[in-house]
Design a protein around this ligand. Structure first.
Ligand SMILES: [Zn+2]
Length: 217
């Protein structure tokens, strides 16, 4: 059977043995020539080859305890990301298996676990680069629903009338805003203040880059 030479199986997009595509169950024989390919976007347009050895599934994520910023950034774009800063590896594995979630991590040992079907080793360290890398790999640009999800807890936001949340707001916010949304899980209230304006600008810039990346592949 082909083991991925110390590389987590989740990072292998394609294996060729003597120019034929195979999966991890292939038994190597002497003299066979093996090529292992990562998830380069440039591989995707060749429809004659398998796009990925990862099975298909919903584009939902579980982020490890060191991926808090990435989790919030993905939630900002509307993606479903479970995250806690005290997540144990066993809980991440359980969520990946039971809820078919893609594991986001920089922990190679975690991704080496056979029970994790889909995972992503997040190579960049800078926050924007991490977000763009995940968007590129899973072609997320067209699926973004910005500011539809709670950054704190991953709950969905619902529009609420001003009088329903007025008691929870600083006085100046209540006075000059009329568009309010509340998390259906933790109750956090969001509105269009200056912070939201900066976030919208950042989102617009990120989506512009993500779309350009998608067109370039
Ligand atoms: Zn919430």
């Amino acid at each position: 059977m082909i083991e991925a030479f110390g590389v987590p199986h989740t990072e292998v997009a394609m294996i060729l043995v003597d120019s034929q595509a195979v999966d991890f169950s292939h038994r190597l024989r002497e003299q066979e020539r093996v090529s292992v390919y990562p998830h380069f976007a440039a591989l995707a347009p060749d429809a004659a080859l398998p796009l990925s050895l990862q099975p298909p599934g919903p584009t939902v994520f579980v982020a490890d305890a060191h991926m808090g910023r990435l989790a919030r950034d993905l939630r900002m774009l509307g993606f479903d990301v479970l995250y806690r800063n005290d997540f144990a590896d066993e809980e991440i594995v359980r969520l990946a298996v039971q809820e078919e979630r893609i594991v986001l991590t920089r922990d190679r040992d975690l991704l080496m676990r056979k029970t994790i079907a889909r995972g992503c080793y997040v190579y960049p360290t800078a926050s924007d680069a991490q977000l763009l890398e995940v968007m590129r790999r899973y072609q997320l640009a067209g699926q973004a629903r910005p500011l539809s999800r709670c950054l704190d807890c991953n709950g969905l936001l619902e529009a609420v009338p001003k009088d329903a949340v007025e008691q929870q707001l600083p006085a100046h916010s209540a006075a000059c805003q009329n568009d309010f949304r509340r998390c259906n899980a933790c109750g956090h209230v969001y509105w269009n203040g200056s912070h939201a304006a900066r976030m919208r600008k950042r989102i617009a810039n990120l989506l512009e880059v993500a779309c350009a990346n998608m067109l370039a592949t």
